[in-house]
Design a protein around this ligand. Structure first.
Ligand SMILES: C[S@@+](CC[C@H](N)C(=O)[O-])C[C@H]1O[C@@H](n2cnc3c(N)ncnc32)[C@H](O)[C@@H]1O
Length: 206
């Protein structure tokens, strides 16, 4: 799987890699609902969003399975003089134990990674995420909706996987049209025009 993503980055087949942080993430940070603390970027790509968080004072752990994406991300963070605020780690988001995050994460987000995982990996991902988030922490997910011929994420799956440990704070439908020339910027897009949604969940107190 990592080979697939490495090839995407190598051949620049990365329409999601806009260099822009999605307005939904910016709005969440501006809302004051998220305390500045430790953040986790799941499937960080070339680090654009981790850098935005670090610029706002977060200590970020940013994980991606692609060696190439992590190398590009480190280069960008070094140029922004923020490499000391971001731990970039190459690996699988379903195996968070490797990074000894404890129970420390105040804010986690995933822009376009989760919907690529199979059903077993999704279950492991949620268990791993739940183990590292603090009670009351927010988690934002941007994911494609299912299509007849392609897997995605539907609201009932979100409910089945994240209930009862999480409360759904909001869901907003999006449409992933960047590859078709409109201005839907800064998303985990593949430019396909697929239906998509932003989910914001809050981890309940234990
Ligand atoms: C659509 S890209 C989005 C990247 C980034 N979030 C962004 O918005 O620019 C999905 C990313 O998830 C990463 N990825 C896919 N499966 C993964 C896994 N199991 N563990 C860690 N990263 C994964 C890919 O390497 C890729 O960088």
């Amino acid at each position: 799987m990592s080979l697939f993503w490495d090839l995407m980055y190598l051949f620049k087949k990365t329409p999601w890699d806009t260099g822009l942080t999605p307005p939904e993430i910016v709005a969440m940070l501006d809302s004051g609902k998220v305390p500045i603390g430790r953040a986790l970027d799941l499937g960080c790509g070339t680090g654009t969003n981790a850098i935005t968080l670090a610029q706002r004072g977060f200590a970020v752990t940013a994980i991606d399975v692609s060696r190439r994406a992590i190398a590009l991300a480190k280069r960008k963070a070094r140029s922004a003089e923020l490499l000391d605020r971001i731990r970039f780690a190459r690996g699988d988001v379903t195996l968070l134990r490797r990074w000894a995050l404890g129970h420390s994460i105040d804010f986690a987000y995933d822009i376009g990674c989760f919907h690529n995982l199979n059903a077993d990996a999704r279950r492991r991902y949620v268990a791993a995420l739940t183990a590292v988030l603090k009670p009351g922490a927010f988690y934002m997910l941007y994911a494609f909706e299912p299509q007849a011929d392609r897997a995605g994420v539907a609201l009932d799956e979100i409910a089945a996987l994240f209930d009862p440990a999480y409360q759904l704070d909001s869901m907003r439908r999006g449409n992933d049209d960047r590859g078709r020339g409109n201005d839907d910027r800064g998303r985990g897009s593949d430019g396909s025009g697929r239906g998509s949604a932003w989910y914001t969940l809050m981890k309940r107190d234990a």
